[in-house]
Design a binder for this molecule. Structure first.
Ligand code: 5AD
Ligand code: SF4
Length: 400
């Protein structure tokens, strides 16, 4: 979401201003923040301190994003920025831009793969999560606006569009649409992109029959990010996730039945209060059984305002770290095995970037592929690639 809002602001300002990433020389400084975990908050505060020290005296600092919303007063007091708050909607970003420049005109930024938010906020209130407090309740972008924006991006040269939101599966519920999620993907898939994907799903709200319907979308990027969080039913309940490990497994099985090569990734947290050794082992067992293609793994940290903010930790920092390292070790082996199973196979890659004659892009299920001997002209093209190597992040291939 933040990548999109920063890009949007950039596209509005670039018509009159030029960009620098050196805070010492900027007239206007935009800092787009996150507050999902404690570590991120610390990083941002030290960055804000640095910017405040080196910036020009007359430079205006804008702090936007989740941390700016949740910890507004503190940021105002400590750093005295020009503007602070969430500012995640296009209209709000347009207002910021027109307060800086006279005639705001949206420049086309060419991105082979681009994001498009279709739903903002979250209604779920998982007991560890700050997002509903930072981003508010769910609000879907009307279908016609989604299509208009998708066409704008298509005409700017975008070849792959990823529809984003905290919970894309809830798309349209507030607009009275029963199956808005499938409807919006189908409509966008007809705009002309090579590929259309979506991110992030909530396992609780993913209807199994939607997966059957997806089969009829020929240009669907079969990339499913399904955050598990924990493999223990006890912990899932404490987290208020609304599904069990059995339900989650059923969802993954359905995805694999319809899309055998789908890339299934997840998020997992360790050390949630109440997570005992046997709960953690439930997570490990499920991870081994499911074999995710990739996982993003974290140590639980308390977030202000959440239901668990005042619940004491029951797992020490050291134990959290041990669990995290063990989980990463298990998952990395699985990722490597699954990625290496592509060696010798031919895949179709949409080339997104070229650097030092190496191309980078994704195959049609979303795995990142690095390709040898690619030129600038190949950017934005679909090319056939034979995979000869893999690590835990990427496949490596040569064009055939
Ligand atoms: N502590 C640790 N990880 C968290 N996440 C969300 N909230 C927390 C928290 N309080 C993780 C979840 C989520 C991902 C974006 O960040 O795994 O899916
Ligand atoms: Fe946070 Fe849960 Fe909403 Fe995801 S579904 S954004 S984890 S509250």
């Amino acid at each position: 979401m933040n990548v999109y809002t920063s890009d949007y602001l950039r596209s509005l300002l670039l018509s009159s201003l030029s960009e620098t990433d050196n805070p010492k020389e900027a007239d206007f400084i935009f800092i787009n923040t996150c507050d999902v975990r404690e570590k991120v908050r610390h990083k941002i505060y030290s960055f804000l301190g640095y910017v405040n020290k080196v910036k020009r005296k007359d430079a205006k600092v804008y702090v936007i994003g989740c941390l700016a919303q949740v910890d507004k007063e503190n940021i105002e007091k400590r750093f005295n920025p020009y503007l602070v708050g969430l500012y995640d909607r296009e209209e709000e970003l347009e207002d910021i831009a027109s307060s800086i420049i006279k005639h705001v005109k949206r420049e086309k930024i060419k991105r082979v793969s681009a994001y498009l938010p279709i739903i903002y906020g979250c209604n779920h209130f998982c007991s560890y999560c700050i997002v509903p407090y930072a981003r508010g309740r769910e609000e879907s972008k009307p279908l016609e606006r989604v299509i208009k924006e998708a066409k704008f991006l298509f005409n700017s040269g975008t070849k792959e569009l990823i529809l984003i939101g905290q919970n894309v599966n809830d798309y349209g519920k507030d607009l009275g649409l029963e199956d808005g999620f499938i409807e919006v993907i189908k409509r966008v898939s007809e705009v002309g992109f090579f590929r259309v994907g979506f991110l992030t799903s909530h396992p609780k709200n993913f209807k199994l029959n939607w997966i059957d319907e997806m089969k009829s979308i020929p240009n669907l990027l079969s990339m499913f990010h399904l955050p598990l969080q924990s493999g223990s039913n006890k912990v899932l309940k404490l987290m208020r996730r609304g599904y069990t490990r059995e339900k989650f497994r059923e969802l993954v099985e359905k995805v694999r039945e319809v899309f055998p090569n789908a890339m299934i990734s997840t998020d997992i947290m360790v050390g949630f209060p109440g997570e005992e050794e046997r709960d953690f082992m439930d997570t490990i067992d499920l991870v081994k059984e499911i074999e995710f293609d990739r996982a993003f793994m974290f140590m639980y940290s308390k977030r202000p305002k959440t239901l668990y903010y005042n619940i004491p930790d029951t797992v020490s920092h050291e134990e959290k770290l041990n669990r995290l390292n063990f989980l990463i070790e298990v998952q990395d082996r699985i990722t490597l095995k699954r990625y290496r199973s592509f060696i010798g196979r031919e895949v179709e890659v949409l080339v997104e970037n070229v650097k030092d004659k190496k191309g980078i892009g994704k195959e049609k299920n979303g795995r990142v592929v690095v390709i040898d001997d690619i030129s600038e002209e190949d950017v934005g093209r679909l090319i056939k690639v034979k995979i000869y190597d893999a690590n835990i992040r990427e496949l490596f291939g040569k064009r055939t």
